[in-house]
Design a protein around this ligand. Structure first.
Ligand SMILES: C[C@](O)(CO)[C@H](O)COP(=O)(O)OP(=O)(O)OC[C@H]1O[C@@H](n2ccc(N)nc2=O)[C@H](O)[C@@H]1O
Ligand SMILES: Nc1ncnc2c1ncn2[C@@H]1O[C@H](COP(=O)(O)OP(=O)(O)OP(=O)(O)O)[C@@H](O)[C@H]1O
Length: 298
């Protein structure tokens, strides 16, 4: 018997970053949107814990106990007094080290899959607590939709959205390390006073109204200068997407995936074609969001 869970990627439509905290993390006002690019995590009873992965980026995914999916299985098993004897298989479509919470998706997916396989009956709040231990983005991968994350991004409030948005994503030739991007943010911020991160009212209104033009005018990412500083070529990708008619162009989270908001499906296809022809990125994908979070497949 196996359980398969499908988990979406995310884009951050607002990422306001505060000053570094004593624990090294940064307080955030992080507005997440789950988008329809998915990893699928399948768990099957096995002799011992084992991870396998397939997909274009599979070679970059660690298959040992550091894999977030393995850590999720171990964390749940420990709490529940169960042996984490499962084979975890990840069918990976979310770019690795791309700023779209791919590893976090696998963590949330494995957690939900093991929870179903072992029929733990753990309350949702317990699953969310395990997610928060695994990483700042993991709780959102579980809940999906649209949400505001505060603290280090793990304390979530669900947000209303008035409809779906059309996105184009350009995957880069190489990845960026999230800690390195936050360190670069700190370096660029040296000597400046960093304001408290707060969610933008215009942005929340645009999401609630399902108004793509208003959302485009309100998106922001405080990590974007740091990502561009470490990966200057991303500026060319952003420009190519704008030239293709995107309403706005931004770096997704810590990057280096770049995200383009389009007016409608037709315009998204045009942006995607322009990006593909530009030679400024590795692959281009279209996706809509919000979509639901981690879901057990029948
Ligand atoms: C950039 C984002 O993807 C935006 O959603 C997240 O903030 C990162 O979330 P994540 O990859 O789940 O990050 P974690 O695994 O919790 O932390 C990785 C590293 O990122 C940095 N980090 C992360 C979250 C945060 N609020 N402040 C930080 O400074 C820390 O150096 C930390 O050691
Ligand atoms: N299941 C996993 N899938 C991908 N990477 C993983 C996984 N587990 C651990 N990792 C490690 O985590 C690193 C970051 O990968 P990930 O794809 O999660 O980055 P990301 O999408 O930029 O994260 P985020 O958007 O949450 O900051 C990888 O380079 C890899 O070493």
């Amino acid at each position: 018997m196996s359980v398969t869970v499908r988990v979406p990627a995310k884009v951050n439509v607002q990422l306001a970053v505060g000053a570094a905290r004593p624990d090294g993390f940064h307080d955030l006002a992080n507005v997440f949107l789950a988008v329809g690019l998915y990893d699928e995590v399948t768990v099957t009873p096995a002799e011992e814990l084992r991870v396998t992965c397939e997909g274009p980026d599979a070679g970059q995914v660690p298959l040992d106990h550091t894999n977030l999916a393995a850590r999720a299985a171990v964390a749940l098993a420990r709490r529940r007094g169960i042996e984490p004897a499962v084979h975890i298989h990840i069918a990976k479509d979310i770019p690795v080290a791309g700023g779209m919470a791919g590893g976090s998706a696998d963590g949330a997916g494995a957690l939900l899959a093991c929870d179903a396989l072992w029929a733990t009956g753990a309350p949702r709040a317990e699953l969310l607590a395990v997610c928060a231990e695994l990483g700042s983005d993991v709780p959102f991968s579980l809940v999906g939709g649209a949400a505001l994350g505060v603290g280090r991004g793990e304390r979530l409030t669900a947000l209303e959205t008035g409809g779906g948005f059309h996105w184009v994503f350009a995957m880069a030739e190489r990845g960026l390390s999230t800690p390195a991007v936050f360190r670069e943010f700190d370096r660029l911020a040296e000597g400046r006073r960093i304001p408290e991160p707060v969610a933008s009212r215009e942005l929340l209104q645009a999401l609630a109204a399902g108004d793509a033009e208003a959302l485009a005018a309100a998106v922001s990412n405080d990590l974007q200068p740091a990502a561009l500083s470490l990966f200057p070529e991303l500026a060319d990708t952003l420009e190519a997407g704008r030239a293709g008619g995107a309403l706005t162009a931004l770096v997704s989270g810590s990057g280096p995936t770049t995200a383009f908001l389009a007016r409608d499906a037709e315009s998204a296809e045009k942006v995607a074609q322009t990006l593909r022809a530009s030679g400024t990125c590795r692959t281009v994908r279209t996706a809509t969001g919000p979509v639901p979070g981690a879901t057990v497949l029948p």
